[in-house]
Design a protein around this ligand. Structure first.
Ligand SMILES: Cc1cc2nc3c(=O)[nH]c(=O)nc-3n(C[C@H](O)[C@H](O)[C@H](O)COP(=O)(O)OP(=O)(O)OC[C@H]3O[C@@H](n4cnc5c(N)ncnc54)[C@H](O)[C@@H]3O)c2cc1C
Length: 398
């Protein structure tokens, strides 16, 4: 069968692209190797409100389990920097339901979605792409354009000639428990905030999180993949030392990798657009990738529309996707990779100094990658805080 577009991967990037392409009248096939959309979740499930607004995603109680107003950042000694927006700034999703809803919307718009159908071969043939799937749908189909939305180290993009090898330095290992039975009131854990814990003993080259989720919470960790010791060991040690987890129950275990560094130079090639984790479109500082995956898919869909109008699927036409992404979020992520590299070198004492010197508002500016504003804040603080000056000098030297 011939399709206009075959989307490989039914995660946020692939489902969003499928929905939008189908809405635009394209004949779309979306295939995934998973048995069930959204399972396993491999995610803390936090999604910023701005993506709902910008990408036409409904705020729906079916999958928005918890309103979030901001974040509490904890230094190793648990000094807290509060970033409180005073209004809803995002949600903790039930990601399984979120993705299923996206899949239903895509299907209603006309996309064909197939689970348990791993792509086992992809090749270009006479200006089209031939895609072979196994499993529930063992067959071959062709398309004009393929969307590689198949996660880190994309099989599809790799087969079609992009270098998708990731260095272990550019990956975080993620591990998470969904825990029920936490007494939020007793332990004064604000339900409407993300709780982020820093420190080299706690999470080397990363952080531990508690994302409240109604009566449960996603309690997880992301650490550099090249760090000695596993993410699971780090998390277990941290949980063991916390009174609030005594007598609670683990109701789900998740793990996965997060491509937090080393962006791809080209997100396209002939007949190919790469989106989401497959294109490493993950915020390098906090590791969030649901929103940026869908945002990139949205740009890719717009460029695909132009290619269909021109009936030209060459890399010369598709390069607009790479260029547009790098002018916006890509430029921001490049700056954030530098911030990440600085944070990775922080000692626990540095975190304490920073915790004393900066406010929640400062963190928001720095985390948004607005470097001129961030530089202004940091310079001002440096004048009044010799400890911070020492950290900066150390960082710039190395
Ligand atoms: C522990 C952890 C916690 C996280 N927490 C958050 C968070 O709180 N907020 C946030 O925004 N992000 C978070 N992320 C990152 C987020 O999960 C990803 O960035 C996001 O899922 C990217 O979406 P995607 O569609 O690009 O890829 P994915 O969601 O990985 O989807 C890729 C899909 O491709 C399919 N696939 C792969 N190979 C094939 C093949 N050969 N054939 C067919 N199908 C294939 C897979 O089965 C999968 O369904 C977290 C990640 C981890 C690991």
């Amino acid at each position: 069968m011939h399709y206009d577009v075959i989307v490989v991967g039914a995660g946020p990037a692939g489902l969003y692209a499928s929905r939008e392409l189908a809405k635009n009248g394209k004949r779309v096939l979306c295939v995934d190797k998973k048995q069930e959309i959204g399972v396993p979740k491999q995610c803390g499930e936090g999604l910023s409100l701005r993506y709902f607004k910008e990408l036409d995603i409904k705020v729906d109680k079916k999958y928005c389990t918890q309103e979030i107003n901001g974040a509490c950042l904890y230094t190793p000694s648990e000094k807290v920097v509060d970033i409180d927006f005073g209004k809803i700034s995002g949600y903790i999703l039930e990601r399984k339901s979120f993705e299923k809803e996206l899949a239903k919307e895509a299907a209603l718009a006309g996309a064909e979605i197939r689970v348990m159908s791993p792509v086992v071969d992809v090749k270009r043939e006479n200006g089209k792409v031939r895609v072979k799937t196994a499993g529930l749908f063992t067959e071959e189909n062709t398309c004009d354009l393929i969307f590689a939305c198949d996660g880190p180290q994309s099989f599809t993009a790799g087969k079609l000639g992009l270098n998708v090898q990731l260095d272990s330095y550019d990956i975080d290992s993620g591990f998470q428990y969904e825990i029920a039975g936490i007494d939020y009131e007793k332990y004064k854990i604000k339900r409407n905030m993300l709780h982020i814990y820093f420190g080299n003993e706690i999470a080397k080259r990363g952080y531990v999180w508690i994302f409240p989720k109604g009566e449960s919470a996603n309690v997880g960790i992301g650490i550099g993949a090249n760090v000695k010791g596993s993410a699971r060991e780090y998390l277990n040690t941290w949980i063991k030392g916390k009174e609030m987890f005594k007598g609670t129950s683990i109701i789900e275990v998740n793990s996965g990798v997060i491509p937090v560094g080393g962006l791809l130079d080209a997100l396209h090639d002939d007949n190919l657009l790469v989106c989401g984790d497959a294109a490493r479109q993950v915020n390098p500082v906090h590791g969030g990738g649901i929103g940026s995956a869908m945002e990139a898919a949205n740009i890719a869909v717009q460029v695909a529309e132009k290619a269909f109008k021109k009936k030209d699927f060459s890399k010369e036409v598709l390069k607009e996707y790479t260029e547009t992404w790098y002018k916006g979020t890509g430029a921001k992520f490049k700056k954030l990779i530098k911030v990440r590299h600085m944070l990775e070198q922080f000692t626990d004492a540095d975190f304490e100094t920073l915790g004393k010197a900066i406010t929640g508002e400062d963190v928001m500016v720095i985390a948004e990658g607005e470097l001129p504003k961030a530089a202004a804040i940091v310079s001002k603080k440096l004048l009044t805080n010799p400890g911070l000056l020492k950290i900066m000098l150390k960082y710039f030297k190395s």
